[in-house]
Design a protein around this ligand. Structure first.
Ligand code: BGC
Length: 875
């Protein structure tokens, strides 16, 4: 590489910055990683912020001080009447309330941070807020209610309650959840924009509740609260191999709803679910996550969500036992309609069957808008493929679905018109599907156009924080497909696929964690899922391969590689966010799990059970090698966690060392620098996990290169290789080999999927069997190539020595075939960018943006140490 010709720091002055009082601003203030949340129930909430300074470089935060008050006015007059921290000398924009004075349920708090930087001294933030939900079970006045039906009953229960508001309301909150799913209405209006709440948990152990601000939906005089419940994971109707119908928590859906009104005069009122609520059934005749929704508009009772409705024919709701031990706030983005997609109409058959194409493989549902006679029946089937004759093919995704009840069909919604003479609209409320194609069938001839159908993209609405583009369109397409696979596999938990299973497979999520966190702000979702791990663990320390699980998937398969999720994800949250909360919460779970593994050891500590490089192409990497390697990783990470929490790490350190020794004794063949049977995965995994003796690393990497070159620069691995091979080739000087592999368009390759076959998501298997059997077209677990784009092509990396991006490592690899690369990552400390492009005479210009309050090491032609600002390097 040539010497740096010059290196300049660029200031970006804009007129709006010039008008500000000072240059440093405090921005993106969050509580529990949420913007001004309401209804949080963490007694020690975390506050974070970012510094922004577009005018100056090398901005450092020297200290900060937090003030919390009971009102905005108090803070405005300098009175932090709830809590005033002392000034804390720290460069980190993070503070955790220590609970010095207990926070009070239902109370709104205002907070402000004062920062001292090295430029202008003192900067005070604007005032932000967070509001507590219910900190104690005793805060709940509402009772769980249901109707008198059994869990096999297919129709959904409806509930309603009318009440009078006599005084002026300043604030109204609905605290609500369900065994199952709920949709809530206030005076005829749907409350909030969420779908499929509450999120999936081990319901008998923990149910999450939502807090909605309903102030503006209330009226003076008579009001009505109404709800309809769905089954979700709580009351699975259909049969499939995972035994959900046998779930220990399975029951008829139930509702918990508490409306809290605060009046202008300071008094409060509570309208709580109890046996004065009325219940009936209506048009929601069936719903199931795997099958779909059925809605018969002829059964609608006009106005049932309004105050004036005559509910005298409705029954009284009954009080039922709480289905759960713990009620906890759902502190994460909800599942929402993120995009509306207009399909194209592909073909019609007999004027009764129409096949639509969404243009991309999505997760969600369709809204059907049609007119017709009373009793006209529409069936919407969803899938990822078409048969040769243009009809829908579900064979690749329906194999594990074994419906037992009549009228159950996979990924199929059904609507019956009431024949109002107007356009009737149907949107399934209690299901989602994974699909690109929709086959709509009417029971009588009908004319449909693309205007009749709208695709609703539904997933947990995490903010996209990463952007990547480069001069190779194929890589851009792979990046997009990976992001689409990631998002469409996020529904309260990270899932394997949105159609066939919708399961929280543990390894799928941990191999995807880097692409996940580099592209999406996912901490809240993963912290929630990590708590699900605690609930999932059995007394003997085992966790299931799917989380949550009510019983299926325990035992000694899938094994240590899958279970390593317990260590890998909390570790990733620490690296990306600098936050140790998951580590603290899971520490006892991890300890217990390691005890279990100890009991499973064979001679010398070897573990020989479980699955490993799942769905590899041809080469199989031995399981005793991969399982023992992950056992080593577990212990190494555990030692790190022990040190972080101020506990004794020696036992874990020793164990890790012993396992490393064992792995080298048993699997390393020094004479040809080969691990195990020398597959791409075996070689790369040893390097990635740091098992290789330092003086042998390059030889092992050379061997990896050789294996790849001998295979014509084609991949030959499964999910473990997909995470490790590209970065290890790049780390040890084989960028071009990695790039050749990444840009192949013949099978097996990512390019084969997205270019040759035109898939818009990543598939589960490298090639699809001709019978289409058992292979989803939307799995994210081979998507780690996206992390390679950021880490290697753009070179954006966290510094494991200083987690949370207070210090950033920028180490781009200028791959000859690429003209330019641009990536940005909105880290917890602010926006990081790395962009490079080729100029004349082989020069490269690299531009790096580092947020205020952060520093970076740039590894280009040499090592540069830079502070915040925009820096240009001509190389
Ligand atoms: C899932 C995978 C999962 C695997 C483990 C499959 O059915 O879809 O993604 O990790 O099983 O056995």
């Amino acid at each position: 590489m040539k010497k740096a010709v010059f290196y300049v720091t660029v200031l970006l002055a804009c007129s709006s910055c010039m008008n500000r009082q000072g240059n440093t601003q405090v921005v993106n203030m969050r509580c529990e990683y949420l913007y001004a949340p309401i209804g949080i129930d963490t007694s020690t909430p975390r506050l974070t912020w970012e510094l922004d300074n577009q005018m100056e470089t090398n901005v450092e935060q020297k200290a900060f001080q937090i003030g919390i008050a009971s009102s905005r006015q108090a803070l405005e007059t300098g009175k932090a009447d709830v809590w005033q921290s002392s000034p804390i000398a720290s460069g980190r924009s993070f503070w955790e309330y220590d609970g010095g004075k207990p926070l009070v349920s239902h109370t709104k708090y205002y907070w402000q941070v004062t920062v001292w930087d090295n430029k202008q001294g003192k900067v005070t933030s604007r005032i932000d807020s967070f509001e507590m939900g219910k900190l104690h079970l005793a805060d709940w006045k509402a009772r769980w209610i249901t109707d008198r039906q059994d869990k096999e009953r297919e129709a959904s229960p409806l509930f309603r309650k009318t009440f009078e508001v006599k005084k002026d309301v300043v604030s109204a909150r609905a605290y609500v959840t369900a065994g199952g799913y709920f949709e809530l209405f206030m005076n005829g209006k749907r409350v909030g924009e969420n779908f499929l709440d509450p999120a999936y948990t081990h319901f008998d152990k923990r149910i999450l509740y939502l807090t909605h601000d309903v102030t503006r939906l209330l009226e003076k005089g008579e009001n009505a609260l109404a709800a309809v419940l769905g089954n979700g994971w709580y009351n699975m109707q259909s049969r499939a191999v995972w035994d959900f119908e046998k779930a220990r928590w399975r029951n008829r859906p139930s509702l918990l709803c508490e409306l809290r009104l605060t009046y202008q005069d300071g008094t409060t009122d509570i309208i709580a679910s109890d046996d004065t609520w009325k219940t009936a059934e209506g048009p929601y005749t069936y719903n199931c996550l795997y099958s779909g929704d059925k809605y018969d508009a002829r059964l609608e009772a006009e106005g049932w969500t309004l105050a004036g409705f005559n509910d005298s024919a409705w029954s009284e709701a009954i009080i039922t036992a709480s289905p759960t031990a713990v009620l906890q706030a759902q502190q994460m983005p909800a599942i929402q309609v993120v995009e509306e997609i207009k399909p194209t109409l592909l073909r019609s058959f007999d004027n009764r069957i129409y096949v639509f194409d969404m243009g991309e493989n999505i997760s969600g549902v369709c809204k059907l808008a049609v007119t017709g006679e009373r009793g006209t029946h529409f069936t919407l089937r969803h899938g990822e493929l078409l048969k040769a004759d243009g009809r829908l093919e579900q064979g690749n995704i329906n194999v594990y679905y074994h419906p037992a009840k009549p009228g159950e069909y996979f990924q199929t919604d059904m609507f019956t018109l009431k024949g109002s003479g107007q356009t009737e609209e149907f949107t399934p409320q209690f299901t989602y599907h994974g699909f690109r194609y929709v086959e709509v069938e009417c029971d009588r001839p009908v004319v449909l156009t693309a205007d009749n159908l709208t695709g609703l993209l539904l997933h947990t609405n995490v903010e996209q924080v990463g952007q990547f583009r480069c001069s190779n369109e194929l890589l851009n397409k792979i990046w997009e497909a990976t992001n689409r696979s990631y998002k469409t596999n996020l529904h309260g938990i990270p899932t394997d696929c949105p159609q066939r299973e919708k399961n929280g497979w543990t390894a799928d999520a941990h191999v995807a964690i880097d692409l996940a966190l580099l592209n999406f702000d996912g901490i809240t979702v993963y912290e929630k899922w990590m708590r699900d791990m605690i609930d999932n663990q059995r007394e003997d320390g085992v966790i299931a391969g799917i989380v949550p699980s009510s019983g299926w998937g325990y035992g000694d398969w899938p094994g240590p590689v899958w279970d390593a999720v317990l260590f890998i994800i909390p570790n990733a949250l620490y690296n990306y966010y600098g936050d140790t909360r998951s580590i603290e919460q899971l520490y006892p779970t991890m300890m217990k799990y390691l005890e279990y593994l100890k009991g499973m050891e064979k001679e010398g500590g070897l573990l020989d059970f479980g699955i490993g490089d799942w769905l590899s192409y041809h080469a199989q990497t031995p399981t005793d090698y991969t399982s023992t390697a992950f056992y080593y990783l577990d212990n190494r990470l555990m030692a790190r966690f022990a040190k972080l929490l101020g506990r004794d790490a020696t036992g874990y350190e020793k164990k890790a060392e012993a396992l490393k020794r064992l792995l080298n004794e048993k699997f390393f063949h020094a004479e040809n620098a080969t691990y195990a049977n020398g597959t791409q995965t075996a070689q790369a995994l040893a390097l990635y996990l740091g098992i290789v003796p330092p003086d042998k690393e390059q030889a092992v990497a050379d061997k990896l290169y050789q294996v790849v070159a001998d295979n014509g620069f084609f991949l030959d691995f499964g999910l473990l290789g997909s995470k490790t091979v590209l970065p290890m080739l790049s780390r040890y000087g084989y960028d071009e080999a990695a790039y050749r592999m990444a840009t192949q368009t013949e099978a097996p390759s990512w390019g084969y999927w997205v270019k040759t076959l035109g898939y818009t998501t990543l598939a589960e298997t490298w090639t699809l069997s001709p019978e289409f059997r058992d292979a989803s077209l939307n799995h994210v677990f081979m998507g780690s190539i996206s992390a390679w784009f950021y880490n290697v092509l753009a070179g954006i990396n966290y510094d494991p020595q200083q987690p949370g991006f207070g210090h950033v490592v920028i180490s781009p690899h200028f791959i000859p075939d690429l003209e330019w690369v641009e990536a940005s990552y909105k880290s917890v400390r602010g926006l990081i960018k790395s962009a490079w492009k080729r100029g004349e005479n082989g020069s490269v210009t690299l531009t790096v943006t580092i947020p205020a309050g952060c520093t970076a090491t740039v590894l280009a032609d040499k090592e540069y140490h830079i502070g915040s600002g925009i820096h240009s390097f001509c190389l």
